[in-house]
Design a protein around this ligand. Structure first.
Ligand SMILES: C[S@@+](CC[C@H](N)C(=O)[O-])C[C@H]1O[C@@H](n2cnc3c(N)ncnc32)[C@H](O)[C@@H]1O
Length: 262
């Protein structure tokens, strides 16, 4: 807040909660993002390393994850990052990790009403989206690492991402979620998630929610040829799901899963 008033000289920005939230988070992430990314749960790094074709990266942050992609396999990366303060670092990292002109940073969120116009503007979608949802898939891969916990109206947003995936395309997921206390999780950890939420976790953590049922939202988004998500740290207060999902391949000869198996 002090930065907005006394450094940027924009006191009226104090009334823009979304901007403040992104600014606050960007500050935190610029300082700690790299340290918080040296280890990731499960096979996250190897799943990212297999990304190929035209990729949509959701909430790229400062781009620390870009070091795990293989730019030789990738035709283009479209990066949706709504925190403008992270873009200079994001572009620097894209250059550093060899993406050059293949990298397209977009100042937008994952929610269709923000993402679809940004994709249209960047030239990859020739439609501006009917009712905010693209009708045809355009991406070979969509990566969501540590971002779906904070997107608005997650069910519709995930459905929107599903629509953007080509038939047979792959979604890479590494997300923290509600503790699966009914199965492999723990009741105490689920209760702690509730306590942290009441104490203001989403407010202090830039809108991040601890209690999202992201696996259900993903499963319900549409039909999948492969739905492979595993819990990592299921008994923890911040358990993760990591894995890959392959969108049902209606018309194409071979799905991504089949092609990879060969
Ligand atoms: C915890 S960081 C993760 C960054 C990166 N994906 C990683 O794993 O290193 C979450 C990122 O999501 C971004 N974000 C917040 N709300 C978003 C939204 N509605 N759509 C897309 N990204 C969002 C934040 O600005 C932040 O950069």
């Amino acid at each position: 807040m002090f930065e907005v008033v006394f450094h940027d000289w924009r006191p009226f920005s104090l009334f823009n909660i979304t901007e403040l939230r992104f600014k606050g988070f960007a500050r935190l992430w610029k300082k700690n993002g790299e340290a918080m990314s040296s280890e990731m749960p499960g096979p996250t790094f190897s799943l990212l390393a297999q990304c190929k074709g035209v990729v949509l990266d959701i909430g790229s942050g400062s781009g620390v994850m870009l070091s795990h992609f293989n730019p030789d396999l990738i035709t283009a990366v479209y990066s949706a990052e709504p925190a403008g303060d992270l873009h200079p670092e994001l572009l620097k990292n894209a250059e550093k990790w060899g993406f050059g002109s293949k990298f397209h940073a977009m100042l937008c969120g994952a929610e269709p009403e923000s993402l679809i116009p940004a994709l249209h503007k960047s030239g990859i979608l020739d439609i501006s989206g009917k009712g905010g949802v693209a009708s045809d898939g355009v991406f070979d891969e969509i990566c969501c690492t540590r971002v779906l916990c904070g997107v608005p109206h997650p069910e519709q947003t995930i459905k929107g991402l599903y629509a953007l995936l080509k038939p047979g395309g792959r979604m890479v997921i590494c997300e923290h979620v509600a503790n699966p206390w009914r199965t492999e999780g723990r009741v105490a950890a689920r209760c702690m998630q509730l306590v942290y939420t009441i104490l203001g976790w989403p407010f202090f953590m830039g809108g991040c929610e601890l209690q999202r049922h992201t696996p259900d939202f993903l499963r319900d988004a549409g039909e999948w040829d492969k739905f492979d998500l595993k819990y990592y740290g299921p008994k923890d207060c911040i358990p993760f799901i990591v894995g890959e999902l392959i969108k049902k391949n209606g018309s194409l000869e071979k799905s991504y899963a089949e092609a990879v198996k060969e």
